[in-house]
Design a binder for this molecule. Structure first.
Ligand code: NAP
Length: 533
């Protein structure tokens, strides 16, 4: 059955749900097409043990409805995946969103018809739909990635990817488990399952600077306070560099006496979450002296917490300084390596040669497993969009348009693709961002733009190639001078992505407040840099 709509949304995660709500508010007919069998996006797919927020729960929730804020209370400062998934269902039910969401409907093609100026989509389950507007709510870390080791398909035991975790509970008791990866996802899994496994072997290529999460229950009195302060908290988040409650210390660390700096690191370490990363001195992202000192501060913590000095050294990052990658939030992660049933294979010493029928071969040694977990990350930002066959004006595919790296204007539009908007695509500030804060910002801007078009009788908007080139260049410029620029082996630079994307900075590092200002300025100038017709 083909459907004619005003707008099509691809994806029913945090941004897809909010987009549908806002499209309806404008009186537009819209449907969401979602690959999963349930809503939730990231929080639907990543249901692995230990999955939880790295943003404080009360900063991550939607801000747009007071009723919703009245009704929902988070049980922990960093809620776990089941609670987050329940929250998103609560939102979808409360606003009756599900009647316009098609599940199990992976969008495979998105073609622009120049004659009718409509977009047509096809899904793998045979649905088709047409609409004037397309909102890609496909997420920034959705296209999960398996390593390309020989034999990945040969393993006869259970293979699991963190981002395709089954709904059924996995029983690790008595099982020999191997996990590849040591990013934020792997850290959450390792610390959660280690006590259950008979043997857990961690295959680590790059150690990460983890900071304590310090999750705790939110008591009843604090719930009341948080509700009262909700809008103040959202306002604070609008003003901080990353949309979190942690704000940078205005002072440069280099101007502060060393003893004071060290005391400050300890204070931030004790607060937990991203405090040490995002609440640190103004120059912590630019000064190697400060970043290295924080790294050394954390290295000492690792040495104190890990009994075996050789193991501690393996867990201390050597390839990058603090703050240049998003830091995993941990609880007892380092102590996990004091357990007799946990081991670590340093892939920098001996790389994986292949996956075998019964395990993982490193050098000449075959490690036998019942279960292999891949916590190997994503083709970030461009990955999910590139997996869809998207064709704009003149039949130009997005892959062709991005053959020399992604190009966007403000991270929301691509030239030659009229009325198509990306919500969390490349070139937005998602690196550091508290996702829902950025999602609301971006969706509000996009819907503001559509409202402007309605009010002024425009049918089409598309970025000019010049504005697209300028924004793309500005994104590359935005990372210059930051220590992050030197750490290219991360999803910020598309380390898992295709060759034409890899090595390019995929985000805007000018901070959330500046991004908001630019958005407002462009809109105030009648969508400068975009062609309306
Ligand atoms: P990631 O940070 O990209 O980490 C992937 C891990 O897999 C890295 O340790 C990587 O090693 C390793 N890896 C990839 N390919 C490999 C190979 N061929 N052989 C060996 N190791 C390989 O991915 P992620 O941990 O899924 O996290 C991605 C992002 O998701 C995070 O930065 C964060 O923003 C978000 N996240 C958030 C939460 C939360 O708390 N809300 C939880 C999880 C994730 P190298 O480093 O050497 O490449």
């Amino acid at each position: 059955m083909s459907q004619n709509l005003d707008a099509i949304v691809i994806g029913a995660g945090v941004s897809g749900l909010y987009s549908l709500y806002k499209l309806r508010e404008l009186g537009l007919s819209a449907r969401v097409f979602e690959a999963g069998t349930g809503i939730g996006g990231t929080w639907y797919w990543n249901r692995y043990p230990g999955a939880r927020f790295d943003s404080e729960s009360y900063t991550y929730q939607y801000s747009f409805s007071d009723e919703l804020l009245d009704e929902w209370q988070w049980s922990e400062t960093f809620a776990a995946q089941p609670e987050i998934e329940r929250y998103l269902h609560h939102v979808a039910d409360k606003f009756d969103l599900k009647r316009d969401i098609e599940l199990n409907a992976r969008v495979s093609t998105v073609y622009y018809d120049e004659a009718t100026k409509l977009w047509e989509i096809k899904t793998l389950n045979g649905e088709t739909a047409r609409a004037r507007f397309i909102l890609c709510a496909t997420g920034l870390l959705s296209a999960h990635q398996f390593p390309d080791y020989e034999g990945v398909d040969l393993f006869a035991g259970m293979s699991l990817h963190s981002a395709r975790w089954p709904k059924e509970e996995i029983d690790f008791k008595g099982k020999r488990v191997g996990i590849i990866g040591s990013g934020p996802t792997a850290v959450q899994i390792i610390q959660s399952i280690a006590p259950d496994c008979e043997q857990l072997t961690v295959f680590q290529r790059t150690a990460n600077w983890c900071t304590p999460l310090r999750n705790r229950p939110i008591e009843a009195a604090e719930q009341v306070e948080l509700r009262e302060q909700a809008h103040d908290i959202f306002e604070t988040c609008k003003k901080t560099f990353a949309g979190f409650i942690h704000d940078t210390d205005e002072r440069n660390g280099e101007d502060v006496p060393k003893a004071e700096r060290l005391a400050r690191y300890q204070e931030l370490y004790d607060i937990g979450g991203f405090a040490l990363w995002l609440g640190n001195y103004n120059d912590s992202f630019t000064s190697r002296v400060v970043a290295d000192e924080i790294a050394e501060f954390l290295a000492d913590k690792i040495r104190q917490r890990v009994d075996d000095p050789a193991m501690a050294e393996k867990l201390i990052p050597k390839s990058h300084t603090f703050g240049t990658k998003r830091c995993p939030g941990e609880k007892n992660f380092y102590e996990t390596f004091n357990r007799d049933n946990v081991d670590l294979v340093d892939l920098r010493e001996t790389p994986i040669s292949r996956v075998t029928e019964n395990g993982i071969q490193v050098g000449d040694e075959n490690h036998e497993f019942d279960i292999i977990i891949y916590a190997t990350g994503f083709q970030s930002l461009t990955g999910e969009l590139m997996r869809i066959d998207i064709r704009g004006e003149g039949g130009l595919s997005l892959q062709e348009h991005w053959s020399d790296g992604p190009k966007t204007n403000l991270g929301v539009q691509f030239s030659g693709f009229p009325n198509m908007f990306a919500i969390m695509g490349p070139h937005n500030p998602a690196t550091f961002c508290n996702i829902t804060r950025c999602v609301e910002n971006n969706v509000d801007w996009i819907l503001g733009c559509i409202r402007y078009m309605q009010e002024n009788g425009y049918e089409s908007i598309v970025t000019t190639p010049e504005a697209e080139d300028a924004w793309t260049e500005r994104c590359y410029e935005s990372v210059k001078g930051l220590l992050i620029e030197d750490m290219r082996d991360s999803w910020f630079f598309g380390s898992n992505n295709s060759e034409n994307v890899r090595g390019r900075f995929l985000l805007f590092a000018g901070g959330v407040p500046l991004y908001r200002e630019i958005f407002a300025d462009v809109a105030a100038k009648g969508y400068e840099g975009f062609k309306l017709s």
